[in-house]
Each structure stands twice: as structure tokens, then as C-alpha cells.
Design a protein around this ligand. Structure first.
Ligand SMILES: Nc1ncnc2c1ncn2[C@@H]1O[C@H](COP(=O)(O)OP(=O)(O)OP(=O)(O)O)[C@@H](O)[C@H]1O
Length: 265
């Protein structure tokens, strides 16, 4: 279990996260939602031990993540960042093989190569294996970085907006794969998301942040309500139920939130 208790984080004097409590079980998918700049990436970076909270704790299987060695942490947690590295001069196969780094001693073993081949196949990426990472599309890069994190065989997977560069079919394909991965390999998945509807369809629980605080933490049916979404995003919405999932239809931004009035007059 991943346990976060009373976590607060400041960038210099500015408080970004306040008293966050969160538990994530293995096999569960949690989406973290909230407006731009609310602190989703900051929360994920704290969970990864990349930045140190000013108070609170983060434990993974009862161990303090800040006290773990980087290799130990890398065996437990896989990460898919929001942005791609600007230069990554290697083939797609080698980029995914980097996910095996926590296990490689001198040279990659037969098992490492086999894991990479399997992940590339299961994500329909094998035809790109010998291409340069720098010369594939943004959506393909996103899938390759997800493949790299999966090749790491982590217990927890942290993804920062995993669907942001993908077309609608690839969004479904990747989300469906993450869901199966969580269930079959018992991996706990925490992902920052912007799409309310993808989050509602594929998450076991949704957490929403506003002004650095957690506004809600519950199943999609519990938290996807017009009132909560209006509180968090300042928009009016209708919620329909499609195939059992709450489906959000945005109507209007709240009047105080409409921008460009001067520009459009
Ligand atoms: N390195 C940094 N130094 C100072 N402030 C930062 C830094 N990184 C982020 N911030 C600020 O912290 C706040 C939270 O940023 P964060 O990236 O966590 O938001 P987010 O919810 O992930 O946003 P988005 O949805 O736009 O990706 C923002 O106000 C941002 O400007």
C-alpha cells in the first residue's frame, strides 16, 4: 500500500499542497484531477521522492520513500513524465530497455531483452523498435515512455497525463492496457489527468485538488457531481450515465471565469 499522510509542500514561500492524505492499494487506479497549476505534478513528484515535502510522510509498503536508495525506489515505482526529454539519441528498443536499469548489473540479461520485446509487442510498438526515439511522433513517444515504465516491472506506476498526446483510439488502448495491468499484475496506478471522462471510465477512485487541498476522494460515481466539478473547475456541467460511468458534458464557464471580454468587445 502507498500511504500519504498530512503531506504539505511549498515552492519557496508559496504553499502548493496542504495536508494531503491518500492511500493507494496495489491493483487500484487513482486519478488526480484539478485545474492547471493546482499541484498535480507536484504531488506526483513528492510520491516519487523527486522533491521533499515540508511536512507529512509518504510510505510504500510501510517504508519511508525518502529513506530508500534510488535503485530500491526504481524497482518499486515507475514514472511517466508529462514532457518528453528534448534529446533522446537512441532507438525505441533501447529507450524501453532503460526501464530495466534497476535490474541490470553489467550488461542486459536475456530476461531484460525478453521483457522489453514483450512490452513492445503488447503495446503494438514492435514495428518502431529500431527507429530513433527523436524521430517518432509525440503520441508514439508517449507510448514508448509508458512502455519504458512498464518494462521496469514496478509495484506502483505514476503517470503524468498519460493520454495528453494520444488520439482517441490510442487513449482508449493505453487506458485499457493500464487497467488490465493494474488488475492482472496487481500494480497500483496513480495518474494526473485532465480528461474527466477518461478518468471516470478507467479509475477506481478519483481525487480532486483545489487550491492545494484535496476536495474529494471517492469512486467516479461518488465524486463526479455537478456541484463538485463546479467547485473545482468553476464550470457548469451536466452529468449523464453512459454504460454505468458518469459522463461529464461541460456547459458554460461560470461568468466570473470568462476571459477575453475586452479582446472580444
Ligand atoms: N520548479 C518550480 N518552482 C516554483 N514553482 C513551481 C515549480 N514547478 C511548479 N511550480 C508552481 O507550482 C504550482 C503547481 O504546479 P504543478 O505543475 O504541480 O501543477 P499541475 O496541477 O500539474 O498543472 P498542469 O495541469 O498545468 O500540468 C503552480 O503554481 C506552478 O507555477
Amino acid at each position: 500500500m502507498l500511504q500519504v499522510g498530512n503531506l504539505s509542500f511549498n515552492y519557496r514561500q508559496t504553499c502548493v499542497l496542504k495536508d494531503i492524505d491518500l492511500n493507494v492499494k496495489k491493483g487500484e487506479i487513482i486519478s488526480v484531477l484539478g485545474p492547471n497549476g493546482v499541484g498535480k505534478t507536484t504531488l506526483l513528484k513528492c510520491l516519487l521522492g523527486m522533491i521533499k515535502p515540508c511536512s507529512g510522510f509518504i510510505k510504500m509498503d510501510d517504508m519511508d520513500i525518502l529513506k530508500m536508495s534510488p535503485t530500491h525506489r526504481a524497482r518499486l515505482i515507475g514514472y511517466v513524465p508529462q514532457a518528453f526529454p528534448s534529446k533522446f539519441p537512441m532507438t525505441v528498443f533501447d529507450a524501453v530497455l532503460m526501464g530495466r536499469k534497476p535490474y541490470v548489473r553489467f550488461v542486459p540479461s536475456g530476461k531484460d531483452l525478453e521483457v522489453v520485446s514483450k512490452v513492445l509487442m503488447s503495446m503494438n510498438l514492435n514495428h518502431l523498435g529500431l527507429k530513433d526515439f527523436d524521430r517518432i511522433s509525440g503520441g508514439q513517444k508517449q507510448k514508448v515512455l509508458i512502455a519504458r515504465a512498464i518494462a521496469q516491472e514496478p509495484c506502483y506506476l505514476i503517470l503524468d497525463e498519460p493520454s495528453s498526446n494520444l488520439d482517441v483510439r490510442h487513449q482508449l488502448e493505453v487506458m485499457d492496457m493500464l487497467k488490465k495491468l493494474a488488475q492482472k499484475k496487481n500494480i497500483g496506478i496513480i495518474m494526473a489527468m485532465h480528461s474527466l471522462n477518461l478518468a471516470s471510465r478507467f479509475s477506481d477512485r478519483i481525487v480532486m485538488l483545489k487550491s492545494g487541498c484535496m476536495v474529494c476522494n471517492g469512486t467516479p460515481l461518488e465524486v463526479m457531481t455537478p456541484k463538485i466539478i463546479e467547485t473545482v473547475y468553476k464550470i457548469e456541467v451536466n452529468i449523464n450515465r453512459i454504460n454505468g460511468y458518469p459522463y461529464t458534458i461541460p456547459l458554460n464557464p461560470m461568468p466570473e471565469n470568462i476571459i477575453h471580454k475586452e479582446l472580444l468587445n
